[in-house]
Design a protein around this ligand. Structure first.
Ligand code: GUN
Length: 287
């Protein structure tokens, strides 16, 4: 039986409309428009597209947005200075430095320089620590988007076998933590996992973020499983595809996200949510 296709584009639209309404309400009550600054260093074409989309989404949600473009040979010192200036800018509630950075820059130091209360990526060690203990202000956008999709679809997590394929700091690790907070029984797989298919076949909920095109095939999933594909791979023929082989998995899964149109639209949506949260917290602090 063919799986239900989880329409991330539609769910993102509904969520963004709700965020826009709450942003307008905040502005009406306080005169404060949530503001996001995005720093991009160099001319990575994929990053440029992501940054453009973030700015557009902000504006459509009635938020203030600036993009700071810095050349590829920017020094660590110059980048730190730019972050420093945004730290004290009252119009800016969220600061995001688009990754990856050019190799000569120290990514960890840059992330640590963003004040935790403006860290709308939730990459700062203070925010990752808060996620670990389940007492957080911000969630990293992609795992938060996955949780929102599951919630919107009414998919229960408590007591379910949840398998996360991938252990990155941005997706795999925080995703596992969020599923654990929701009372799932969570297993994390990675490149050194033995008999990976035996593990993925146990999953009631399978989240795949491994960065390998069409890696998970229909024989690796349990009939009826919920399959969430975080992958975004560009094939040689320029077509986008996920980490999950949609053709074979959609014949076996109970529900599945497509690529594009699944998790992707939710990521920027959750960035808007975090920017709104940062603005609210900033006002609360200043009152
Ligand atoms: N590059 C790819 N995804 C992301 C993200 O979520 N945040 C940042 N800052 N850079 C990225």
């Amino acid at each position: 039986m063919a799986a239900k296709i989880i329409d991330g584009k539609k769910i993102a639209e509904l969520t963004r409309a709700d965020i826009a309404a709450r942003a307008a309400q905040l502005e009406a009550q306080s005169g404060v428009k949530p503001g996001l600054a995005v720093i991009i260093v160099g001319d990575n074409p994929a990053s440029q597209v992501y940054v453009r989309n973030k700015k557009k989404a902000c504006e459509q949600a009635g938020m203030y947005s600036v993009v700071i473009e810095m050349p590829g040979d920017t020094t660590q010192e110059a980048l730190m200075k730019q972050i420093e200036a945004l730290k004290t800018d009252d119009k800016i509630h969220g600061i995001l430095v688009q990754l990856p950075l050019p190799a000569h820059l120290d990514e960890d130091a840059v992330i640590a320089a963003i004040p935790p209360e403006k860290d709308v990526d939730a990459f700062h060690p203070v925010n990752t620590g808060k996620i670990m203990i389940g007492d957080y202000d911000f969630l990293p956008c992609t795992p938060a988007g996955v949780m929102k999709l599951l919630e919107h679809e009414g998919i229960e997590i408590a007591g379910k076998e949840c398998v996360v394929v991938g252990r990155s700091n941005i997706v795999g690790k925080p995703q596992a933590m969020l599923l654990l907070h929701a009372n799932g029984t969570v297993t994390v797989c990675h490149s050194r996992t033995k008999n990976l298919a035996d593990v993925t076949r146990r999953a009631d909920i399978l989240v795949v973020a491994i960065g390998k095109a069409n890696f998970i095939t229909g024989d690796m999933i349990k009939p009826g499983a919920v399959v969430i594909d975080v992958g975004m791979n560009r094939l040689e023929n320029k077509k986008l595809c996920g980490d999950v082989d949609f053709a074979s998995c959609s014949e076996v899964a109970g529900a599945i996200t497509p690529v594009p149109g699944g998790v992707g639209p939710m990521t920027i949506t959750m960035l808007l949510e975090n920017t709104l949260t940062a603005a609210k917290k900033a006002i609360g602090k200043n009152l």
